[in-house]
Each structure stands twice: as structure tokens, then as C-alpha cells.
Design a protein around this ligand. Sequence first.
Ligand code: PAF
Length: 282
Amino acid sequence: MFVFAKKADLAHHLAQIGNTKKTVGLVPTMGALHQGHLSLLSKSCSENDITVISIFVNPTQFNNQEDLEKYPRTIERDIEKVRSVSENILIFSPTVEDIYEGNTQSVAFNYDGLEFQMEGAHRPGHFDGVGTIVKKLFEIVKPTNAYFGEKDFQQLQIVRKLVKKHKIPVNIIGCPIHREASGLAMSSRNERLSEEAKEDASLIYKVLLDAKQKFSTKSAKEVTDFVTQTFAKHPAFTLEYFEIADETTLLTCKRKSVGKKYRGFIAVFINNIRLIDNIALN
Ligand code: PAF
């Protein structure tokens, strides 16, 4: 099992094993790996000659210092989980210094407005940080394919925009959300939830399913009001937003248009822990 802490060592190893003649799959993560990540790894292993997973808690995408400090870091456990998928996966677990070389700053990106919606509106600078690290990882690993979960659907669309605008030769592959038996979307942040909060949090998916059902007969505003009112009744939750948006432009749906694909997007706090989820509505 190879674990690289330095980008130069990983790049050297990839060059030695002839990466330019082989397909390379990259799974970018911030660690605290769960079944969702492992399914991305399995998919990458089945579709590429070489698979690299990056495990790096990227400071520039956190707009909240406490969130950054409390983000779970479980590298030993993560290595074992990667090993359970395949011994051949290359792990890249760099330090902040190795990645940012003393300049821990984001580059400002223009994603044609995708960055001003939802997560972008509530987490200023977040997508500049994501773009900065993802672009750096693409430059280091030069992957053929890169795998991202649909739980961060807005991030997935932003990464697609990034590679298109910067003409980066990589296929971006979106993969379905993995859920606990309760319906709770798998997330590294779930590690911070108490058992009780985890149980409560299963309401999120139940409400999204109800919203999907209602969306076939009701207006976007009626569905949004239903979700807002449901969470207002539950003291454990503070709803940050629920938005019905066009899947491609991420613009809020004011009135449904035939032929457009819509998704419901939610961000909610439970015990001060922020969870996001989304669902295809039509
Ligand atoms: O989705 C994540 O875990 C992160 O945003 C990513 C893509 C690994 C960049 O740090």
C-alpha cells in the first residue's frame, strides 16, 4: 500500500509507473471515509488502470474556523478502509504546507453564477477554495477520470464548469448519494452527530421524499413552504435553506417549465452540525 505525503513523490511514482500510457482515476476526499467514498473508489478501480485517492482537509474551503478545527481527521482508519477496497490504490495525504507552499489562499474563480446560489450564498469563498484545491489535484495527478458524489451536487456542477472553462482534460463522473438505512445521506460530518441526532436527522430524507411527491402536483412555492413549515415544527433543526433549482443553472425555480430538470436542495443544522442533501424532483 503506497501512502504519499508529498506531491513531488506522488508525481514521481506516477511517472515511473507510466501514468501517461494508462488511465488514472482520482477520488478527491477530505477523509473520514464512509461507504459513499468507498463506492467511488470501487468504481474508479473498475474503470481505470490506476486509482489515486486524495485525503486532505482543505483549509481554504472552510468559511468557519470552528468547522475546520472540528472536521474529523481519521487517517489511520481511512487507510484501512482504502485497503479493504484494494491494496493497489495510491493514497495521497499531503500537508497544508506541501499543497499551499506557505500561501494558504484561494484563487478567485468565475463559475458563470453557479457560485452565487445556495452553498455559495451561505458559505462565502467556499467554492473558490474547492476550485483551488481541485485544480491543484488535477495538476498533480493528471487523472483521466475524477469521481465526485452527488451529495455535493452544486460542487459537482461547479467542478464540471471549472474543467470546461480551464480546458482541463479530465472526465468528471458524478455518483449517486449513499444513504444509511434510515435514509440519512452518508457524510463525514455524520461522525459528529450523537445517536439521537442521527435518528432525528433521518427526517431530512423523509421530507425530501415528500417534497418530491408533492412536486408532481404542487407549485415550487407550495413545496418550499411545506418543507419550511415541517422543519419549523421540529426544535432540533434550524433550516438554513430549502431551494428548488434547475439542475444545470442552479437558478431557483420560480415557475416550473416543461423539459427542465429540477432538484430540491437543503442545508439544515442539527446540534450545530450543518448537513446538506438533495433529491431529483422530476
Ligand atoms: O467534497 C469534498 O470532500 C471536498 O470538497 C473536495 C472535493 C475533496 C475538495 O476538498
